[in-house]
Design a protein around this ligand. Structure first.
Ligand code: ATP
Ligand code: MG
Length: 752
């Protein structure tokens, strides 16, 4: 067990500038002396060298107050230095040296330096070196003057922390803190990931509707395409059927046209043959018509006609002359009659007679030539009249003439002569005409005779012509009918060709339509044509879809699906992170729960032990009393503090505040000793812990200190004999000129 052999002080508080050595015993060292001599300053020096950091705990306002202030006119220290000399012969301190000197130096500027065996060291090095075996700053093994009740004045939680320290829960706290730090990080990450997830969820929620619309839009489009495809297939079927029908029609019609064309060709050939025949007949007819007989006969007929015309005109002229003559004859007759009446001469009568006779002759000739009965009858009538006239004239001649009237008759005769001359002239002309007529008639007769002579031949020719003409007519009729047929055929062929062309156009149009349908079908891709498909229903559905697509297209976001998937991908990524973090958090939480559990177990074990020791020690100090330690929260000890419950001898009250100063000191010492028992420290400093104890209790406490000093080095400041009597070493502190001095006290006289 390492222990302090001595303390060396220089410039520290009341100990002056010279080096002062405070020898310490291995067991119990008691420091004695009157008030104000500097006993507690030695305790402060111990605290100082062990690295305490608060000037106040060393009862100084500032660190510089720890420097010797000169006392009664002395020189104030420029620095203070305290050294502890450890006996490390058993190697208890983890340093390879039998003696270990720990030094702390304080300078006036407030700066401190530490040394281990004169080597500069850090405060941490010193604490690390001493803490496992001895003490650490503020440790419960230091009970400063007046602080014996510190455990009562403590906050219960602070009190519980003493158990925490002893149980070493700090290790768990550290682990837990680490886990907590990690947990905080995880939670911070989790929070970030959750924020990201919330943001992505929001985006996804936003996009979901848009995506559904886009998907629905695409479905509608696909359905529309399928319907279009189905309609195209229906159309294709219809179109193919129509093309087949048309092809059949075209083929049939082409055959029919071919047939008709053959027939037409035949008709044309027939026609040509007929035309050739007709031409041949026409040629024969023309040849026959051009034969001399017919030409002559025709010429004769023309001549006859011409002669007849002349004859007719001559006859008319003659007739006119006859009428003129008649008028003249009447005039003459009148004159003659008047002469006859008044004595018409025989001569005149003779004249009259001659005229009548000439007339008769002429009529007779006409009668002879007459060819028809009616004209003969007419002529005979005229002849009868002429004969009557002649008969009248003959009567008159027989009656004779009136002489009275001869004069008148003469005059009349002169007129009559004149008229007669005139009439004679006319008659000559008429006669000439009659002669001409006769000539003409003769001529006509001659020609007629000639004509008659050629009559048989002409008739033959004419019959032949007629028969040829009739044959030609028959052929012409046949030709006409053939031509009609040919035209009909031509018309039919034309019409049929027109029909054929129309059919071909229709077929071409259908072929084009079919091509277009096939192209469109390729675009649509595979089409599942439902059975019993109703084109009308499909059209209706397509229209519905088009209307719906039209409405949707204004608000559809085609990127929504992609964006949604991207968001989903990001969401899944983040979700994986999130789940990982949750798992991490869970594992940290369970690890922490485990730590808490272990911590509680360790704590409870420590607590139970200390509590047991406390009760036992208290019982030793106060056999008729009893005390216990109680956790405020037994279930969760770390959520509550530690209560000290004590019923010292002769005290009924358990309330700690109601205990006397001595009772409190006794209970506190029992608590300190319980802690010592549980984890013995190698070094204890107790400054006037016996201040409030009565002699009986001081003796009990002294006895207990004596027992403890077997295992630990104890430095006690006391003013009472009880402890002095059990001390291994005793020295006093006095003052000379304001400077504390150490002097050894012989133990022989103490405690007796
Ligand atoms: P008590 O028995 O009353 O407890 P004590 O022996 O413990 O007395 P200390 O408290 O150790 O006495 O010493 C107090 C004395 O030390 C005071 O008289 C004080 O003037 C003196 N002192 C304190 N600080 C200094 C200092 N920096 N320089 C000189 N003397 C000092
Ligand atoms: Mg004191």
């Amino acid at each position: 067990m390492p222990h302090i052999n001595k303390i060396e002080l220089r410039g520290f508080k009341s100990f002056g500038n010279a080096k002062v050595t405070v020898p310490l015993s291995r067991g119990l060292t008691a420091i004695v002396g009157p008030n104000g001599m500097g006993k507690s300053n030695i305790i402060d020096a111990l605290c100082f060298v062990l690295g305490w950091m608060s000037a106040k705990t060393m009862r100084a306002e500032r660190f510089s107050d720890l420097l010797f202030n000169g006392g009664n006119g002395g020189r104030p220290a420029s620095f203070a230095e305290v050294s502890l000399y450890f006996d490390n012969s058993d190697g208890g301190l983890q340093i390879n040296s039998k003696e270990v000197i720990i030094t702390r130096q304080l300078h006036r500027d407030g700066t401190c330096t530490y040394r281990i065996n004169h080597r500069r060291a850090t405060r941490e090095e010193i604490i690390d070196l001493l803490a496992p075996k001895m003490t650490c700053p503020g440790g419960y093994n230091f009970v400063l003057q007046g602080e014996v009740n510190r455990f009562f004045n403590m906050d219960p939680v602070e009190r519980r922390r003493i158990i925490d320290d002893l149980a070493g829960v700090a290790e768990y706290d550290e682990k837990k803190q680490k886990s907590l730090n990690e947990l905080q990080k995880v939670e911070a990450n989790l929070k970030n990931v959750e924020a990201v997830l919330a943001e992505i969820s929001g985006q996804m929620e936003n996009l979901r509707g848009q995506m559904e619309t886009a998907i629905y839009f695409k479905q509608l489009k696909r359905e529309h395409e399928q319907i279009q495809g189905a309609l195209l297939l229906i159309k294709k079927k219809k179109c193919s059927g129509a093309i087949e029908q048309l092809d059949a029609k075209i083929s049939k019609l082409t055959g029919e046209i071919e047939e008709l064309k053959k027939r037409h060709q035949k008709t044309l050939e027939e026609k040509d043959k007929l035309n050739a025949k007709i031409d041949g007949i026409s040629k024969s007819i023309d040849e026959k018509r051009a034969s001399e007989v017919l030409v002559e006969a025709e010429r004769a007929r023309t001549e006859i006609n011409t002669l007849n015309d002349i004859l007719k005109r001559t006859s008319e002229r003659k007739l006119a002359l006859d009428q003129e003559i008649e008028l003249l004859a009447e005039k003459i007759k009148k004159i003659s009659d008047s002469r006859t009446t008044d004595g018409e001469t025989l001569e005149s009568m003779v004249f009259k007679f001659n005229d009548a006779r000439n007339k008769f002759l002429e009529l007779y000739r006409s009668l002879v030539k007459c060819e028809s009965l009616s004209s003969a009858k007419n002529i005979l009538k005229q002849i009868s009249e002429v004969l009557n006239e002649i008969s009248g004239i003959m009567e008159k001649i027989s009656d004779g003439v009136d002489p009275q009237k001869i004069k008148q008759i003469d005059s009349a005769r002169a007129d009559e002569r004149k008229l007669r001359e005139e009439m004679a002239g006319l008659q000559r002309t008429r006669n000439e005409l009659a002669r001409q007529m006769k000539e003409l008639s003769m001529k006509i007769q001659e020609v007629k005779v000639k004509l008659k002579a050629a009559d048989y031949q002409e008739k033959e020719i004419r019959n032949s012509i007629e028969s040829l003409a009739s044959e030609r007519n028959a052929l012409r009729q046949k030709l006409e009918s053939i031509t009609k047929r040919e035209r009909e055929l031509e018309t039919r062929i034309r019409n049929m060709e027109g029909d054929l062309q129309r059919l071909q156009i229709q077929r071409d149009a259908l072929n084009n339509e079919l091509k277009e349908i096939n192209t469109n079908l390729k675009k649509v891709g595979e089409v599942n044509l439902p059975k019993n498909v109703d084109a009308e229903a499909l059209e209706k559905r397509a229209q519905q879809i088009e209307a719906e697509l039209g409405t949707l297209s204004e608000r559809v976001n085609f990127r929504a699906v992609q964006d949604f998937r991207e968001s989903q991908r990001r969401y899944n990524e983040e979700k994986m992170k999130h789940d990982k973090l949750i798992a991490e958090k869970q594992s940290l939480l369970s690890f922490m729960a485990e730590i808490d559990e272990k911590k509680k177990q360790v704590f409870m074990k420590t607590f139970d032990e200390i509590s047991k020791q406390f009760t036992q020690i208290f019982k030793q100090l106060s056999p008729k009393g009893d005390a216990m330690l109680k956790l405020e929260n037994e279930e969760s000890p770390f959520e509550g503090g530690l209560e000290i419950i004590a019923r010292p001898e002769g005290s009924g009250a358990a309330y700690i505040g109601s205990l006397s100063g001595g009772q409190k000191a006794l209970t506190a010492l029992a608590f300190i000793f319980a802690l010592q028992r549980y984890r013995p420290s190698t070094f204890y400093v107790l400054d006037e812990i016996d201040a409030h104890l009565d002699p009986k209790n001081r003796t009990k406490v002294a006895e207990m200190l004596r027992q403890f000093s077997r295992d630990s080095q104890i430095v006690v400041v006391t003013l009472h004999d009880s402890i002095m009597s059990v001390a291994d070493r005793l020295f006093g502190v006095t003052k000379e000129n304001g400077i504390s001095r150490i002097y050894s006290v012989e133990l022989s006289g103490v405690g007796s």
